[in-house]
Write a protein that binds this ligand. Structure first.
Ligand SMILES: O=C(O)CCC(=O)C(=O)O
Ligand SMILES: [Fe+2]
Length: 388
């Protein structure tokens, strides 16, 4: 009688991807240049479960969510070591050969953002060079690797290089912790601010196990030469709003992220130790008729003393369930007083909204050609704007 032996290949037979074998990420030194920094509030999330804590935090956030759209959180239940391990994976992933990374490519045509997004999709033209005939502009210099939610909807849908595959359980725990420790508590604070009868209103639209297009991202802005900075007019990512509900940006010291203030000035977000930067995005605006502010932000070239460094980022993008209809909430006394209006001229679901804006983001040159005064219609009469 013959026996069948199933050969199980260990994911990492030589332990070649264990952390002690990977080149560790180390945080570049902060700039010494005196930049105009944004003044943002910092929420201590440890307060949340203390008596009266939620209401104190909500009061602290009230102004920021309506006027600024950006703030910091601290004490979110992850150690610096856990965070740095993700930076190390990001750094080592982007060092893989382009051909290897491209095997895990995002689906540009179908606007599926999960996987690897190569550099160079968008053409940046400098203000002066644009006028010169035949000028080709310069391509963007950032790469991304997006992880879908770790739920049954996406099980087996995406493969990963071995480097990532062997660390997937840790990445999964990391992403889920961001969702439970930061996203859900913040959504409860927004419900309190809007005086909703149901404090779980937004949280219920963001259950981890339900289908939605949240993703956790590794990102890198590859360093540029002085000539490249000049050719790109010191731009990296043009001013935009994010499409989901909340974006989390891990602290990384290479300066470049800027916010457009109500006074029309751009200020830099600084790298506060132990914090994550949070920004509100389009969907919270859609659900509140514009009351919650989807913040306009951009990334510019770092100051000169940081030109020698790549800018590595960890980001988490939260989004409501794909079947959520994006019309404004009707039972908020505060929103009623503010007289909010729908943002679309027809019923639009989250899935439709994601598809329309992601198609634009993955095919930027095509849409940039159609823009008038920075705006282009996406869906239901809604115009997306970019800012320089
Ligand atoms: O890299 C950053 O600091 C921000 C990136 C960003 O705005 C985005 O990916 O939407
Ligand atoms: Fe953004």
């Amino acid at each position: 009688m013959s026996t069948t032996v199933t050969q199980i290949t260990p994911a990492d037979p030589l332990g070649q991807y264990s952390f002690d074998k990977l080149e560790p990420y180390s945080h570049p030194p902060e700039t010494k240049v005196d930049l105009p920094w944004a003044e943002l509030v910092t929420l201590n999330l440890e307060e949340f479960d203390r008596p009266g804590g939620k209401h104190r935090l909500a009061a602290q956030l009230e102004h920021a969510v309506h006027h600024v759209g950006f703030f910091y959180v601290k004490n979110f239940g992850l150690t610096q070591e856990q965070v740095d391990r993700q930076f190390t994976l990001a750094k080592n992933f982007f060092k893989l050969p382009l051909l290897e990374k491209d095997k895990y490519s995002v689906d540009y045509v179908n606007a599926d953002y999960n996987g690897y997004r190569r550099a160079g999709l968008r053409t940046i033209r400098s203000a002066t060079a644009a006028a010169e005939k035949g000028n080709e502009g310069i391509k963007d210099n950032y790469e991304m690797y997006n992880f879908a939610k770790f739920t049954k909807d996406f099980e087996g849908k995406y493969s990963h290089p071995d480097l990532i595959r062997v660390h997937l359980p840790e990445i999964e725990t990391f992403a889920k912790t961001l969702h439970s420790n930061i996203i859900l508590p913040l959504l409860r604070l927004f419900a309190i601010i809007l005086q909703l009868p149901d404090e779980e209103y937004f949280a219920r639209q963001h259950e981890y196990t339900k289908r939605s297009e949240d993703h956790f991202r590794y990102m890198i802005y590859n360093k540029r030469t002085p000539e490249e900075h000049e050719a790109s007019s010191y731009q990296q990512v043009q001013g935009h709003t994010d499409l989901g509900s909340l974006t989390l940006l891990f602290r990384q010291p290479v300066a470049g992220l800027q916010i457009l203030g109500e006074d029309g000035n751009w200020t830099y977000v600084s790298a506060q130790p132990g914090t994550i930067t949070v920004n509100l995005a389009d969907t919270l605006s859609h659900l509140t008729g514009g009351y919650l502010k989807s913040s306009i932000h951009r990334v510019v070239a770092p100051p000169r003393d940081q030109w020698a460094y790549d800018r590595t980022g960890l980001l988490y993008f939260a989004r409501p369930h794909s079947d959520t209809v994006l019309h404004p909430i009707t039972d908020s006394p505060l929103l009623e007083r503010a007289g909010v209006r729908p943002r679309f001229d027809k019923e639009v679901t989250m899935a439709e909204w994601v598809k329309s804006k992601q198609t634009m983001q993955l095919n930027p040159d095509r849409y940039d050609k159609k823009r008038k005064d920075g705006a282009v219609e996406l869906i239901g009469g809604y115009k997306d704007k970019v800012y320089t």
